[in-house]
Design a protein around this ligand. Structure first.
Ligand code: NAP
Ligand code: 8YV
Length: 316
């Protein structure tokens, strides 16, 4: 029987389903893997993890053929090194588009309508002592710039149309989409009332949202980041919010999760969520099922159900 290493707190169904066809070793976290003797890893042919497969781990798995990663983003997988070693990578695209897009829209509305601050205002008794809470801003008629019009970006654009927003977008290449394309991100930020960032993480997009983009967005506008913390220059973002050079922000992702800059905690113009955009029972189950399917289809057919593009050169 082929050996599969499962790392992390997966739903029990993942272990139960894999055990039907494979000899499964479960390690609860990265530290358990780091502490495991090499002999325990010597026969492993597939790895299932929460987006974690650095070069150091891959080097310790001499028979590895497949990495099945939970999550659509695989910036924590050294896909370049894996591909060089002939190791295929699978991930969990599409099944999470709807919930991640919902979270982006929820953050946009919660931030522009100051929902968290309004809730606090009421609970603190200020409605009674000070009267009606301050007015906020509508998103109807506003220009929303999507940074990364991929699977999730398109789902966000579709939902934005219901709210009467004008959607524009930036990515490296122009898409076949009915929205205005900006090759220049700073120009888009200048024209937009809000940016929603939904690109992959990793070196290519590191600090794509830098001081220049933040300042072009400006004091009346909103930044929503549901991509990766690395995509935004967090220190610049915190400074711009504190100085009033950026109007507001809704953030699901951070540079050093689970650490979040404490300066943000006191800001009423900021809404924070702990990397939960895909975190519904339904979507997480669909992602878990796809992690299993990637392993089973790979060993049956030579192709995981959802390979990352970089693995295509290795596949039949
Ligand atoms: P996707 O379909 O591959 O779309 C990614 C988009 O980003 C593409 O339009 C791509 O277009 C653009 N892009 C890539 N590199 C870029 C760059 N350097 N500059 C500008 N645009 C760039 O991916 P997806 O399925 O929509 O997922 C996107 C990302 O969302 C994931 O990789 C993950 O990081 C994040 N995510 C976060 C959560 C969460 O819980 N917060 C959940 C799911 C996903 P071009 O190639 O033309 O540039
Ligand atoms: C996952 C995500 O929850 O899919 C992604 O890229 O960021 C989230 O949906 C996260 O990767 C869990 O490991």
């Amino acid at each position: 029987m082929k050996q599969v290493l499962v790392v992390g707190n997966f739903f029990p169904s993942v272990l139960d389903d894999l055990k039907k066809d494979f000899d499964v070793t479960h390690m609860k976290d990265k530290d358990a893997v780091k502490a495991a003797p090499d002999a325990d890893l010597a026969e492993i042919e597939a790895l299932a993890s929460f987006g974690w497969a650095p070069k150091k781990l891959i080097e310790r798995l001499p028979k590895l053929k497949l990495i099945s990663s939970f999550g659509v983003g695989y910036d924590g997988v050294d896909v370049g090194f894996a591909t060089k070693k002939g190791i295929v990578v699978g991930h969990t695209p599409d099944v999470l588009n709807d919930d991640v897009a919902n979270c982006a829209i929820a953050l946009l509305l919660a931030t522009t309508r100051r929902l968290v601050a309004q809730d606090k205002y009421l609970r603190e008794g200020r409605w009674v002592s000070e009267g009606n809470a301050p007015l906020t801003h509508t998103i109807r008629g506003k220009v929303v710039g999507i940074v990364g019009l991929g699977r999730i970006g398109l789902a966000i654009a579709e939902k934005l149309s219901v709210f009467g927003c004008e959607t524009v977008y930036h990515s490296r290449s122009k898409k076949d989409a009915p929205h205005r394309y900006y090759g220049d991100l700073v120009a888009m930020a200048r024209d937009a009332d809000a940016l929603i960032v939904i690109t992959p993480g990793g070196a290519e997009t590191e600090k794509l949202i830098d001081r220049q983009v933040i300042e072009a967005l400006g004091p009346e506008s909103t930044l929503i980041n549901v991509a990766r913390g690395s995509v935004c220059d967090e220190a610049e973002l915190v400074k711009a919010l504190a100085d009033g050079r950026l109007g507001s922000a809704g953030l699901d992702v951070f540079e050093e999760e689970p650490k979040v800059p404490e300066a943000l905690f006191a800001m009423d113009n900021v809404v924070l969520t702990p990397h939960v955009a895909s975190a519904t029972w339904e979507t997480r189950q669909a992602m878990a099922d796809l992690v299993v399917e990637n392993v089973t289809t790979f060993f049956e057919t030579g192709r995981p159900k959802a390979p990352v593009p970089e693995s295509e050169e290795l596949l039949p």
